[in-house]
Every structure is written in C-alpha cells, then in structure tokens.
Write a protein that binds this ligand. Structure first.
Ligand code: FAD
Length: 522
C-alpha cells in the first residue's frame, strides 16, 4: 500500500511548520496510505560528532513531546537505536518493506556526513523502487540559491545579507507556514492491525554514553516542546525587562516586566541588550532553533507581525538587528553547504592551515576550567560548563582568547564547545570559531584581537556577570572586578582564590599577529 515514512532528523524536532513532514503527510493522503515517522538514535554518530549529553537530553525531551503530539493524530513515531551508524540506509529499506511504504521523505541536512548518509539512503531505497524526497526546511532561503554577480556563493556576509533580504522580500512564500500533518485514520491503532505495534515504540529518557547529570536544571532553563519554544519567542517579542539573564529559564517564567529596562520590549532593546552579558538581552532561542523545535521562518513571521507584514532587516531598530542575526544562521548554513571543507575541520582560508599553534595543554585546560585570570573569559567558560549555553559576546571573547592569546588551534575550542553546548550546530559553531581565529569568511583581517579587559568593561560594566559566575570574585568592588590582579593591591589579590593572568595581553597579541602575518613562522 501507499504508506509514507518521514525520516525525522535532529534538526526537525517539531510537527508545526515543517516542510518535510507536511509533504510526507500530503503524499500519504494522496495515496490513501498512512504516515509513519521514524527517528534513529545513533550513538555512534553522536560520539563522532561530539554531541553534548545536554544536547542529547534536549533532543530526547523534545522527541517525547513530538511523539505525544503525533499520537493525537494517530501517527506512530518509531524510535530505532542503531548499533552501527552506517546501518541507517539498510534499516530504512527494511522498514519500508516491512511497513508497506512506497515513499520516504526527509529534510535536507548539509553537513558532509549527513549528506553521505542521505545519498546512501536514496541509493538503498531506489533498489526496491521506493521513492525518496528530501526537502528544504532547515534554512529560510535554500542553500545555493543566492549567487554573486559572477555566479558564485557569497563569502562575505553584508552583500549576501542584502541579497537574502531582497530575495525573501520577493519570495514571501518561503516564509509561509507549512500545514500540520493530517491525522491517520484511527484504524491504524486497532489491535491486530499490521501497524498497531509501532505505537509501542517509546522515546528513552536517556541513552548510554550520553547521560546528562543536571537534567532538572536543564529542564528548568530549557523546557522542551514547541509550546515552550513559542513562549520563549513571545517573551522576547512582547515582554519587557528581563534583567537577570544568568540563571533564568529561557521562557522568562521568573522575571517581572519591571526594572530599569522595562520601558521597551526585549526585541526593541536588542541593539543594546544583546551586548550585555548579564542581561536576557537576546532571545535565547538557539537551542530550539538548532534542534528545529521552532523554525527560523516562525521567528521572521513573528517580527513581521510587529511591522505590518513587512520583513525588516538591517541595523537601525531592534527588530531589524534581530532579523539580521537570524539571517546569520542561514549565511553560515550556506557557507557550510558551498565549502564542505568547513565541515571537515579545514580552514576556510587555506593559507592559514600553515599557522603554527602553541597548543599548550595546560593553557587549554585552564581555559576550559575558567581559570585564565581574565574574569570575563573565566566567567564565560563557567557559564558554558554550568548551563550548557553561553552569551554570544562571551562566545566571541572566549574563542578569540583561546585562538589568539593562547594560540590554541580553533579546532580544540570548536570540539570543546560541541561537547558542551546545548545549541551546538556545526555550521554556526564552526563559523563562530573560524571568525574568532580569523581563518573564516569574515573580511576583517587577522589583526582583530579583542582586549579581554576592555571587552569586560563594555559587556559587563557593573561586573554582575563576573560576580555571578565567579563566586571567588563576588566580594571584589568597583572596577577592580575587570582586572583584579592589576587593580587590587598585592595583599588584596592574594586573599582571593583567583589566578593571575595566564598570559600578558600585549605580548600575546604581538605573538598572534606575528604567527598570522607569516603562516608557518614560529
Ligand atoms: P539571538 O541574538 O536572539 O539570535 C537569534 C538567533 O539567530 C539565534 O538563536 C541563532 O539561531 C541565530 N544567530 C544569532 N547570532 C548568530 C551567529 N553569530 N551565527 C549563527 N547564528 C546566529 N550558535 C548556534 O546556534 N550554535 C552554535 O553551536 C554556536 N556556536 C558559536 C560559537 C562561537 C565561538 C561563536 C562566536 C558563536 C556561536 N554561535 C552559535 C552563534 C551565537 O553565539 C548564538 O547563536 C547565540 O548566542 C544564541 O543566543 P540567542 O538565541 O539568544 O541569539
């Protein structure tokens, strides 16, 4: 019969506004068949791709929510655990046969390993004449569509962003919402029916090798489900205030619309708020976007509702700036699709393959632990370790410090982030690291090296973020918080259980500049 399988990926954990799922549903209806959803738990893949236990926990929690929603529509979500990561194509062909499926549908994922996997799925299924469709869903504008005047992929964000905005403004259907899947007829659940046992498949609460030690705290910060994702978005668009950004749930349940920032909505204040590390100045949607619990299209639509249906992208208002950031997600996805080497641990700028890194293991360890003696960097690294998420300014400062001040290979940092972030996404993480190391698409040359102390003064002017994440500095008053070793007396400093700076800023900067000026030199 004409059953259809939707192959659910780690980036599509929702039933709302999902291109692949909507297409699978309409195919099943057309053929008078049933829709069946399959998700592969693939620990081998997850190990290989350095997935954080918190990320896996978030995936499983969201998957359980999706399963509940699908069951209400009589659609089974089947969970299958892979012994070998390369077994997915064979298993898919076996399921198609067993379940009488004539079509398999998925959403395209552009990472090299995922592309190979999906090509193998297509090849395997074509042997038994099962039809396969992969749809564009993850990015708002499909990768490969926007071209420079010479017909190439853009490598610079600003012209790409102009092109993205113009293209979307004349193709607004790309932002339209996809319909929910239609319910299967209830007969599918009848005892004795061929497909009824599929409803026994249960989402596990954890997977061996990825046990998450702080599930309750993660649940509080990042509640699962598309409803929660919607609340996070609504709070960002509509709510005011949001001062305490450090331990608050992303849904904003425990903050009041009061405080000095309460005059404006959070999105309205985004231009200022997004640079202040102690605030809830950004949306905190990244875990939901990277796991596809909400679509980027839904984010754009929500801002268009504020702007009389217009898509506003630019640098003037909070809404414009936020949409520009949302577009960065597409940009880095397009870069990853166009230059597969960036998914394969290579530099985007090839000449920097020759840069000689120090790769001092002791320095790397101290950076991971948040013990470099630079308070903003240390607070950022403790935030990452504690909450599996980091503010964007902290990500930039910490990544630049590792790659420029400590001259550690950006791949070490990228791997560490992948292993700890709840929102880890290869395209954005890799781009963030290559941006910081000056080996990526950013047109700014290598001599941009943030001064960690002045960054601290700008992004955490009152030192609240630092005092929150570094309890050993909670008693340090005033400006000394940004540079305790230099700004406190020797005896005051020695009373703190805090290290002196691991490297001296000026000398470290000079060393990095020399290495990048002449890749290969030591
Ligand atoms: P908001 O400011 O509210 O932005 C909304 C959304 O736009 C984000 O959720 C995200 O999907 C997208 N976005 C915003 N900024 C960027 C950006 N610079 N690049 C790509 N997308 C962006 N983002 C990830 O989603 N996953 C990662 O693994 C990741 N790793 C990073 C590593 C480094 C070293 C750096 C410098 C940045 C990294 N980023 C990553 C980008 C950025 O830091 C986060 O997307 C952002 O901090 C998430 O917070 P938010 O949801 O509150 O963002």
């Amino acid at each position: 019969d004409g059953n259809v399988i939707w192959f659910m990926g780690m980036k599509s954990l929702r039933i709302e506004d999902n291109r692949g799922l909507a297409h699978a549903s309409s195919l099943a209806k057309e053929r008078g068949g049933h829709l069946i959803v399959v998700f592969f738990i693939s620990p081998g893949d997850w190990k290989m791709h350095d997935r954080a236990p918190q990320r896996i926990d978030f995936v499983l929690r969201n998957l359980a929510e999706v399963q509940k929603q699908l069951q209400e529509l009589n659609i089974p979500l089947v969970i299958h655990t892979q012994k070998k990561r390369t077994d997915i194509p064979k298993d898919m062909a076996r399921f198609a046969k067993e379940w009488g499926a004539t079509s398999v549908v998925g959403n395209i994922e552009y990472e090299v390993d995922e592309c190979w996997r999906d090509i193998a799925v297509i090849k395997e299924l074509s042997k038994s004449n099962v039809h396969v469709d992969f749809l564009e869903d993850v990015y708002v504008v499909p990768a490969g569509v926007l071209k420079t005047g010479q017909g190439n992929q853009y490598s610079v964000f600003s012209p790409w962003n102009r092109s993205w905005t113009a293209y979307l403004s004349s193709n607004l259907d790309l932002i339209e919402e996809s319909p929910l899947p239609e319910a299967n007829d209830a007969s599918i659940r009848k005892k004795g029916g061929k497909l009824a046992p599929l409803f026994d498949s249960k989402v596990p609460s954890s997977v061996e090798g990825f046990e998450c030690e702080n599930v309750d705290y993660m649940k509080k910060l990042w509640p699962a489900g598309s409803h929660a994702a919607r609340t996070v978005l609504d709070n960002f668009i509509k709510r005011k205030g949001g001062e305490n950004g450090m331990d608050a749930p992303a849904t904003g349940d425990c903050w009041d619309d009061v405080g000095p920032n309460a005059k404006e909505s959070r999105i309205g204040r985004y231009g200022i708020g997004r640079n202040l590390v102690s605030e809830n100045g950004s949306s905190r949607l990244s875990p939901y976007l990277s796991a596809g619990v909400i679509s980027a299209r839904a984010c754009l639509r929500a801002t268009m509702n504020l702007e009389k249906g217009k898509l506003k992208v630019g640098r003037s208002t909070g809404v414009e700036m936020w949409n520009t950031e949302v577009s960065f997600r597409d940009f880095y996805g397009h870069v990853l699709a166009a230059w597969p080497r960036v998914s394969m641990q290579r530099n985007y700028i090839l000449k920097y393959e020759a840069v000689v890194w120090e790769n001092n293991e002791e320095h790397f360890k101290r950076w991971c632990e948040g013990k470099t003696g630079y308070p903003l960097i240390d607070a950022g690294m403790r935030q990452l370790a504690h909450s599996s998420w980091q503010h964007n300014r902290a990500r930039m400062a910490c990544a630049m410090f590792l790659t420029k001040h400590l001259l550690c290979d950006w791949r070490w940092g990228e791997r560490h982030y992948a292993r700890h972030l709840i929102d880890s996404d290869l395209a954005s993480n890799n781009a963030g690291w290559q941006w910081s190391a000056s080996t990526g698409t950013d047109p700014q040359p290598y001599f941009r090296v943030f001064n960690p102390t002045s960054q601290s003064e700008k992004c955490d002017p009152n030192g609240e973020y630092i005092r929150h994440w570094l309890p050993e500095l909670s008693g340090v008053k005033g400006n000394a918080i940004h540079e305790p070793f230099a700004r406190l007396s020797r005896s005051e400093f020695e009373k703190l259980d805090y290290p002196k700076p691991i490297v001296e800023h000026k000398a470290a900067r000079e060393r990095a500049l020399a290495r990048f000026k002449q890749p290969g030199s030591t």
